[in-house]
Design a protein around this ligand. Structure first.
Ligand SMILES: NC(=O)C1=CN([C@@H]2O[C@H](COP(=O)(O)OP(=O)(O)OC[C@H]3O[C@@H](n4cnc5c(N)ncnc54)[C@H](OP(=O)(O)O)[C@@H]3O)[C@@H](O)[C@H]2O)C=CC1
Ligand SMILES: O=C(O)C1=NCCCC1
Length: 343
């Protein structure tokens, strides 16, 4: 399953219809009703926003992960009130999003009372885009930063073998007018999901994304997936950020480092048992000025120097388009989803 292509026959369906279809798939493959709803909304939201590398393309991977028992779709997260500014969740080998949902009320209460709170999720699988985890905080006037580590497939800058995951960082902040400022980026030159999509479409990658099994630069996604590896974005700078993600998402939460999880023996699922850290700040406790006005001023100045596209602008354009005209899927992809849903 991949992003809708210009050539294949396509069809559209509403966000609600896609959520219902995906929910059926998750339920049919053994998740609880809460988990099914949570994952379905996450995945349909990614597809709606044009975040194809973590939209319906991921559904066969979710199914495989559930069928293998690699992840517990019935897991009930245990929320621990660790300290005044610290919440921990043991996801019980379940997915990360229901763990975040379970801890969210306590996390927000702590952030609002102390000005800042940290959430550490362990024993979880994060198989999704990271922006859905931070964006809702900004709609509530809070600033949020999150990191997740994943499976070993990125060669640290200056090394000759992979060690880090694609380790994304997502950030969200409110602003006075318009959508919150949100960015969400893999610390690798390209997300693993996009390499898989390029391989399926038979497309070459831009230069500088990865190496083959001999460590030689390659633009062939298959060479990267079959024994090769990805590179960090921005050389030593992206590599340092990826290292930071390993420390915050794994060492600080009690999750695995990316290199501690062998995902090669479970090729269908590709879900590492790692960790996630979320930091939530209430700017009304800290800034002394109206934070949303200040962030709006920054955006005004960026536009003033000729910036036409902020991170998140493309996603919101896609969201508006999907809300107006429906979400476009390849007919073949939709047929596969219906088959997985047993409908
Ligand atoms: N769960 C996991 O373990 C992992 C998940 N991922 C997910 O993969 C997804 C894709 O990551 P990645 O490929 O790095 O994302 P992209 O490189 O596509 O985009 C990164 C960010 O930059 C913004 N952006 C892109 N191009 C421009 C531009 N020209 N001007 C201004 N802003 C721009 C994007 O906004 P916009 O969205 O509006 O285009 C986005 O916020 C993410 O959602 C990430 O969370 C990645 C690795 C691991
Ligand atoms: O696209 C990626 O990179 C990943 N997505 C989810 C699971 C780990 C890696």
């Amino acid at each position: 399953m991949s992003a809708p292509s210009d050539h294949a026959a396509s069809c559209t369906l509403s966000y609600d219809a896609l959520v219902n279809l995906l929910e059926k798939i998750f339920l049919r493959h053994g998740t609880s009703t809460d988990v099914a709803r949570c994952l379905a909304e996450n995945c349909a939201g990614a597809e709606r926003d044009g975040a194809h590398s973590h939209g319906v393309f991921r559904i066969p991977g979710y199914v495989s992960t559930l069928n293998s028992g690699w992840v517990n779709g019935q897991a009930v997260p245990t929320v621990e009130d660790v300290a005044s500014g610290f919440v921990a969740v043991d996801a019980g080998n379940g997915f990360a999003q229901p763990a975040l949902a379970a801890a969210r009320p306590l996390l927000v209460a702590k952030a609002r009372s102390a000005g800042i709170a940290v959430l550490a999720i362990r024993n979880s699988h994060h198989f999704a885009a990271l922006w859905p985890d931070v964006e809702p905080f900004a709609y509530e006037g809070l600033v949020a930063l999150s990191v997740v580590n994943s499976m070993t497939c990125v060669v640290p800058h200056g090394a000759d073998r992979p060690l880090f995951g694609t380790n994304p960082i997502a950030f969200a902040a409110p602003r006075a007018d318009g959508e919150p400022i949100v960015f969400d980026l893999a610390t690798s030159a390209i997300a693993h999901g996009d390499v898989q999509i390029a391989a399926r479409k038979g497309e070459l990658l831009p230069p500088g994304m990865g190496v083959d099994s001999l460590g030689q630069p390659t633009r062939d996604p298959k060479a990267i997936l079959e024994g090769g590896a990805l590179l960090p974005f921005g050389g030593h700078k992206g590599s340092a950020l990826s290292m930071m993600v390993e420390l915050l998402a794994a060492a600080l939460t009690g999750g695995n480092f990316s290199f501690e999880f062998d995902w090669h023996n479970h090729p269908g699922a590709k879900t590492p048992w790692t960790g996630q850290l979320l930091i939530v700040i209430d700017p009304s406790k800290t800034a002394g000025q109206d934070f949303a006005e200040r962030s709006q001023e920054l955006v005004r100045q960026m536009h003033g120097v000729g910036l036409r596209r902020l991170p998140g602008d493309r996603r919101h354009r896609e969201r508006s388009k999907s809300n107006e005209h429906g979400i476009t899927l390849d007919e073949q992809a939709l047929a596969q989803l219906r088959e997985l849903a047993g409908s």
